[in-house]
Design a protein around this ligand. Structure first.
Ligand code: GLC
Ligand code: GLC
Length: 641
């Protein structure tokens, strides 16, 4: 079909010329990019919209609007584009450390956040994700994920100009700004939703509206409920409009209709406008849900990938240094499909996250080790975002097939993990909260801060000093693995100070029905003041994380994505190593609550015959000597040839 696209491009170019685009001084740079990308863009959009008679026209005006957004892109960002392509791999270095926070809860405002930069620098942060800061409904906004305008900020946080200023200041400090691209849905207060509600046909086509409940039934038959405690089904009746609206998440989050090319074009415009504020990485929210097809569960459909690839191609034209990170909390096979240099260069690693907690509960690493061996590898040039906690609940998204391989029954195991982490299981160390119990299938997920889930809260309240030491070790063990596994570690701010659950959310009517608020912390001057007081738990965790960031910055081997999992005779031990040039770093993590001593033969085996030193303690580790690991202890052994 190539000749067809060439003809189409010629036809478009004639129109762009007529409209005076090609005489812009910015045209030559853009034209060179078109040479590289036009064919791909046309092909991707053809997959989605090829059956429409106005396809050529849609493409022509889309490219025209991309060009105008490119023209408007500030020169400093264009300069960034020239040196920081996704292929340059700038984000793969071992010095990268991510952090994420809510602007209001961490610093009040964008300006307030500038004052917190030295704190972030202590933690070695080079990547800062600000939770959604856009204009959103005042009452409930799903923590900002119901966006009323992608071009306006929540006024409480400051203005877009403040955000742009923050982006510049961060950039000067070597910190890339990361923001959400909430492209599956808008809030019901977005101008498009309001126009649709008024009955404007053009905008009714932006969403999935059905006049009768009966029309939704064939779709509903295959869908799962995301928030079953809040509502049943994926559709919201709006008697005021005489319509049923597709709302995968909350009733006030209206799913966009990507079968309409105008939606793709409009969101492409919003995407570039975000990039033009100075945002370097977009977190693509809820990627799994963006394409719907009757007779399917409407998750992870091939067209969802096509849409993201098409957005990526738009970015290559207007703002080619922009990276995408996918947020797909789905089966590991499906997660992997979003990761590609031409799709999402980065992806949350929810499997590692969930299995770190799984291994903590069972004190056995067999499932974690299997998944790491089988699923950690990624295409060259892409990277995992490894995290221990985030603003969302924890779902046990390991593959049942993987579990079966190591003799675990998936469903039963999830029930156990839920009981363990909500504190229902006898002997648990954890204090978590149940999230979204679904009586129809018995599913639920769990919430809780890392410190509370890891046992710090329980040990502190019950005054058990030894358990407290183990819990602190556990929190550091999980983070050490996230910092060492390969990819960018992402710290959920608050966890560096071992912040515990915040039960006060129950008193706030806007939060009470969503237990995720239990682990969304507020900045605390009191805790921050303790961060170097070695007698406190807070300082042990804080300094432990600072040390990990320093190790990353000094040891390029941590930037290596690949890892090799090692078997040992000890069920509670996770062992893997990474190689780069002459450096070999081996992680040995003990998930048991008792100390474990590795015999010299095992030490010899896991260290590949090379003695070295533990980077965490600076102590030598010799291959002909036993190695003791504390309860939930970890060693990072650097060996040299
Ligand atoms: C993502 C967000 C989550 C939000 C949902 C809907 O999963 O992480 O917080 O509820 O998308 O936008
Ligand atoms: C996503 C995930 C789900 C997560 C939710 C937010 O859709 O699939 O596991 O819990 O968003 O709570």
């Amino acid at each position: 079909m190539e000749h067809l696209w060439t003809a189409l491009r010629r036809q478009c170019e004639a129109r762009w010329k007529e409209k005076g685009l090609t005489s812009s001084k910015f045209w030559p740079e853009f034209e060179a990019r078109l040479d590289a990308e036009f064919l791909r863009l046309a092909e991707l959009l053809w997959e989605l919209y090829g059956s429409r008679p106005d396809f050529a026209f849609q493409l022509e005006v889309l490219v025209e609007s991309i060009f105008m957004a490119f023209e408007a892109r500030p020169e400093a960002l264009k300069a960034r584009d020239r040196v920081r392509s996704p292929e340059s791999g700038w984000f793969l270095g071992s010095d990268q450390v991510g952090a994420v926070c809510y602007v209001d809860r961490f610093a009040g405002t964008f300006r307030g956040l500038e004052a917190r930069i030295p704190y972030l620098k202590e933690l070695g942060v080079t990547y800062l994700h600000l939770m959604p800061f856009f204009l959103a409904p005042e009452k409930e906004s799903d923590g900002g994920y119901a966006v009323s305008s992608y071009r306006d900020t929540n006024p409480v946080l400051g203005t877009m100009a403040d955000l742009e200023h923050l982006a510049e200041v961060l950039e000067a400090q070597g910190i890339a700004l990361v923001a959400d691209f909430v492209f599956n849905h808008t809030s019901d207060e977005h101008a498009w939703a309001k126009a649709a509600a008024e009955g404007q046909h053009q905008f009714k086509d932006y969403y999935w509206l059905f006049p009768d409940l009966a029309d939704t039934k064939p779709w509903q038959a295959n869908l799962r409920d995301i928030f079953p405690e809040i509502r049943k089904g994926s559709f919201t009746g709006r008697p005021d409009l005489g319509q049923w609206v597709w709302t995968t998440f909350n009733s006030f989050q209206w799913d966009l209709n990507y079968q309409n090319p105008a939606v793709f074009a409009a969101m492409a415009g919003e995407m570039i406008s975000l990039a033009n504020r100075g945002i370097s990485i977009l977190r693509l929210d809820a990627v799994a849900f963006v394409w719907k097809k009757l007779g399917t569960n409407c998750e992870n459909l091939p067209e969802a990938h096509t849409i993201i690839r098409a957005f990526q191609t738009v970015a290559r034209l207007a703002c080619p240094s922009l990276l995408f990170k996918s947020e797909a909390i789905v089966h590991p096979d499906d997660i992997a499909k979003y990761i590609d240099l031409r799709e999402c260069q980065l992806s949350y690693n929810p499997l590692l996250m969930a299995e770190l907690w799984e291994a903590s509960a069972t004190k056995e690493t067999k499932l974690l080790a299997l998944s790491m061996a089988k699923r950690h590898a990624l295409p060259a040039g892409t990277a995992w975002i490894n995290y221990v906690r985030c603003h969302d609940d924890i779902g046990w998204t390991f593959a049942d097939e993987d579990a079966a391989e190591v003799g675990i029954r998936g469903w039963d195991h999830r029930q156990f993990l839920n009981r363990f982490y909500t504190g229902e299981f006898q002997g648990t160390f954890s204090r978590g909260v149940s999230f979204q119990y679904n009586p129809l299938n018995g599913d639920r997920r769990i919430c809780g801060s890392a410190a509370s889930l890891a046992g710090i809260e329980k040990a502190r309240v019950e005054g058990l000093g030894r358990d407290l030491d183990t819990a602190v070790n556990r929190l550091l063990l999980l983070h050490t693995i996230a910092y060492a596994a390969g990819g960018i570690p992402l710290l959920y701010l608050g966890d560096e100070l071992a912040v515990e659950n915040r039960y006060e959310y129950q008193d706030d009517p806007a939060q009470a029905s969503d237990s995720r608020w239990v682990h969304r912390p507020l900045w605390s001057d009191e805790l921050v003041a303790r961060r170097h007081d070695k007698t406190t738990v807070n300082a042990r965790v804080f300094e432990g994380l600072c040390r990990l960031a320093r190790l990353r910055a000094h040891q390029p081997v941590f930037g290596v994505q690949g890892l090799n999992v090692l078997a040992t005779p000890f069920p509670s031990i996770l062992a893997f190593f990474k190689l780069q040039a002459a450096s070999r770093v081996t992680l040995l993590g003990n998930f048991a609550e008792v100390s474990v001593t590795l015999d010299p033969a095992t030490v010899q085996h896991v260290l590949g015959g090379r003695s070295g030193r533990d980077l965490l303690t600076e102590r030598p580790v010799l291959v002909d000597e036993p190695l003791a690991l504390e309860p939930c202890g970890v060693a990072l052994v650097l060996g040299r040839d």
